[in-house]
Design a protein around this ligand. Structure first.
Ligand SMILES: NC(=O)c1ccc[n+]([C@@H]2O[C@H](COP(=O)([O-])OP(=O)(O)OC[C@H]3O[C@@H](n4cnc5c(N)ncnc54)[C@H](OP(=O)(O)O)[C@@H]3O)[C@@H](O)[C@H]2O)c1
Length: 254
């Protein structure tokens, strides 16, 4: 099958494309630097020619409320329009576990808008909601600063390796559309504040994490289990400790 991966050069996309190719598919990485821009429509008609599946693992370069909403709305609208014209039979998009409960956040209002456009479109679809990536733990600290300290709530989450995210998305991309949501997550649950502190300590990042019941995640209040996937979630195998060892060996610093 020809499978176009929108955001195919990003963290998840660059792991997903080789996995699909290893399974014998004609996977095409699409992103602005390969001549495909979902915001302007540039290169989309050409890239989608003959495609059976489109997988959207793109992300907005700007997370400011209006900019991120504009990104996911415009790019999803464009994609669905060009897919209909090209006869694409399956639209797969990567979203986040708990998205529907996070509407206080500008970023998640944009993900809610993305999911809504997909659900309302005529293209058969699968929305893969993943938990936070291990690779994002430092980023989570960066977006949770109050003064010089990291403020995060002492609630549960079940993060996973980006490689397992890509495997989970690949599996959905080569299966029939579910016309609904598939959840994927990590093998173990942790407390958000505690795991982010562990990660910062490992990176010799001196920042202190404060367990703050009023702290927000990208602007949204979290409940004890908002970020934990449901019982039917497919769980990745890579444990945090294994990922730490593997990524240290691979020289990944973030
Ligand atoms: N971070 C988490 O913990 C987490 C958890 C669950 C789900 N997610 C979701 O995972 C998805 C992917 O995240 P990621 O971290 O892999 O993203 P990323 O590394 O930032 O990659 C984003 C990709 O989107 C591409 N892109 C940006 N603007 C584009 C445009 N106008 N047209 C086409 N492509 C464009 C980028 O291309 P260039 O590099 O050329 O700009 C890049 O290939 C996001 O939708 C996010 O919501 C994230």
């Amino acid at each position: 099958m020809k499978i176009v991966v929108i955001g195919g050069t990003g963290l998840i996309g660059s792991k997903l494309v080789p996995k699909l190719r290893a399974n014998g598919h004609d996977a095409v990485a699409a992103a602005p630097n390969t001549g495909v821009n979902t915001l302007t429509g540039e290169g989309l008609a050409e890239a989608l020619k003959g495609a059976s599946v489109v997988v959207d693992v793109s992300n907005s370069p700007d997370w400011e409320d209006a900019a991120v909403l504009r990104f996911f709305e415009t790019s999803t609208r464009n994609l669905l329009t060009y897919e209909a014209a090209a006869g694409v039979g399956h639209h797969v998009a990567l979203s986040v576990v708990g998205t529907d409960q996070l509407s206080e956040s500008g970023y998640f209002r944009a993900k809610i808008a993305q999911e809504k456009l997909i659900k309302e479109s005529s293209i058969p679809h699968s929305i893969v909601r993943a938990t936070q990536f291990f690779e994002f733990l430092k980023g989570l600290a960066d977006i949770s600063m109050v003064g010089d300290k990291v403020h995060l709530p002492h609630v549960l989450f079940q993060p996973m390796a980006a490689d397992d995210v890509a495997s989970g998305v690949a599996r959905v991309a080569v299966s029939p559309p579910v016309n609904g949501i598939v959840e994927i997550g990590g093998p173990e649950a942790y407390r958000v504040d505690e795991l982010v502190q562990r990660r910062l300590d490992m990176l010799k990042d001196p920042r202190e994490v404060i367990a703050d019941p009023n702290a927000r995640y990208a602007g949204a209040k979290l409940g004890e289990r908002t970020l934990v996937p449901g019982n039917n979630a497919r769980l990745g195998e890579t444990r945090f400790e294994t990922w730490v060892t593997q990524s240290a060996k691979a020289g990944i610093a973030a």
